[in-house]
Design a protein around this ligand. Structure first.
Ligand SMILES: [Mg+2]
Length: 465
């Protein structure tokens, strides 16, 4: 038996579902983010189960054969359940893998269980995250165990409308802007601009040169021959044809030069229709909603995740993208004199966009089908009954899973581990967002979940070959 702190009675599945549904209804839904009109959101995003009570056999699988590429054998008891694992603080901490995480992943893969990795990390290609995870876990077969399963905070943008990607121009801010640009292009965005491009195109945009030769030394010409210096009168509506217009602002993970990034994001949010160098004449108009702020066709602002902090080897949690957002909101409150909240969309956990994307991936999961067979094949939908989200951050992992209720009726349960961000303190002995259960680590989390499905499994079994 796993020693876990179960929050709430352990009920029969049907009763638990009803109890959870009631809890969801009664829970005050705190806003994940300020929102732009629904239409804008829709522009971006296109779009009674069986129950097994089967004892899991304790036979030993041939790990070499299975892990090296053969399709795993599906244990029927686990046909309609799945896992979503957070990465930082759950599978590794800093450079060190969490003990047992590797063996656990190998085992559940051999059992044919569906799983994805749901991380608020980003700024690089999903395959880079696979490589770093494999290295930290000491996994020799990352292709089979990890590949095509990583969902980063900005991965849902892969499913954005093609029209937006092909016709629009986006500004991307990120920890490594050039890497982010490459990835955005792979996602299908045709015109990607970074703050460094703007700085190179017009040095007056940011009158401090301290990072110009280091952080901002890599840049590209603006797309379609556009200029960042075309506008001289910010209030003129005689917009030159070569003026740069930005349609979406994508904040991708931990911007490094907050000062420049906040400056250019601000400039676009106060602009007329996203034309760089303009100022909207609606700003501050008290007769309009939000006193006219962000009411003049300015670009939509997307924040890839809201994590205030994340866990490294350092004893005090480190600032994440959420901290950048708070800084931006602070500046916005000063600029608007508190007359209008900053309007933005959030991706990453706990946003519904991210959980819905993960859910779809799990429903159509086919990473175990060889690539050659996958090409041109219509992905089969395999229904789910329950998904277990395993995470270390109550504010993102747990909250997101608790609040996500997909239309197909699948239940998302939340399991909080003690290996990461969450550490009970005297001031906050219990997490603000209550998981179904709290356990010591990711191995115990999976054992608890499988036991919850009626399987007689142990930690030893899960770690065995
Ligand atoms: Mg984490």
């Amino acid at each position: 038996m796993v020693h876990g702190q179960v929050l709430g009675a352990r009920l029969a599945p049907c009763c638990r579902s009803l109890a959870r549904a009631g809890a969801l209804r009664s829970r005050a839904a705190a806003p994940v983010a300020s929102t732009l009109p629904k239409a804008a959101r829709h522009r971006a995003f296109g779009s009674t189960p069986r129950r097994f009570r089967e004892r899991v056999s304790s036979r030993e699988d041939d790990s070499t054969t299975a892990v090296n590429g053969a399709e795993p054998e599906l244990n029927p008891a686990f046909a309609d359940i799945a896992f979503a694992f957070d990465i930082d603080g759950v599978l590794y901490k800093g450079q060190e893998g969490i003990p047992g995480a590797r063996e656990m992943l190998q085992k559940i893969r051999r059992q044919g269980l569906r799983y994805v990795f749901l991380t608020n990390g980003g700024g690089a290609h999903e395959n880079a995250k696979v490589a770093s995870l494999a290295k930290r876990l000491g996994l020799e077969n990352p292709e089979v165990v990890l590949k095509d399963r990583v969902i980063q905070s900005h991965t849902p943008m892969r499913s954005w409308d093609q029209d937006i990607k092909e016709k629009g121009t986006v500004l991307v801010t990120a920890s490594q802007p050039e890497r982010a640009r490459q990835l955005a292009r792979e996602y299908g965005f045709k015109r990607v601009v970074t703050p460094a491009d703007l700085l190179a195109a017009n040095g007056h945009i940011y009158p401090f040169a301290h990072l110009r030769d280091s952080l901002h030394k890599e840049f590209s010409p603006l797309p379609d021959g556009k200029s960042a210096a075309a506008i001289t009168d910010p209030y003129s509506r005689d917009i030159p044809s070569d003026a740069l217009q930005i349609d979406q602002i994508l904040v991708w993970n931990d911007p490094r030069d907050w000062s420049l990034d906040i400056q250019v994001i601000h400039d676009l949010l106060v602009s007329h229709r996203g034309y760089l160098g303009t100022i909207s004449t609606l700003n501050g108009d008290r007769s309009l909603a939000d006193h006219g702020w962000q009411q003049d066709g300015q670009p939509a602002l997307w924040i890839s995740n809201l994590d205030l902090v994340w866990k490294t080897e350092y004893p005090v949690n480190r600032f994440g993208t959420g901290a950048f957002l708070h800084a931006l909101e602070g500046v916005w409150a000063a600029v608007t004199e508190g007359a209008a909240p900053l309007r933005y969309h959030a991706l990453g956990k706990p946003s519904r966009h991210t959980y819905a994307y993960a859910h779809e991936r799990l429903l159509h999961y086919d990473a175990d089908v060889p690539e050659a067979q996958r090409a041109g094949r219509r992905q089969k939908r395999r229904p789910l009954r329950r998904v277990y989200m395993v995470g270390d951050n109550p504010e993102s992992d747990i909250r997101g899973a608790n609040e996500f209720a997909p239309e197909d009726g699948t239940k998302w349960e939340s399991i909080l581990v003690r290996t990461g961000v969450f550490q009970p303190t005297r001031a906050e002995p219990e997490p603000r967002y209550k998981p179904t259960v709290i356990v010591d680590d990711v191995v115990d989390a999976v054992v608890w979940a499988l036991q919850n499905e009626g399987a007689d499994v142990s930690r030893e079994w899960l770690l065995s070959k």
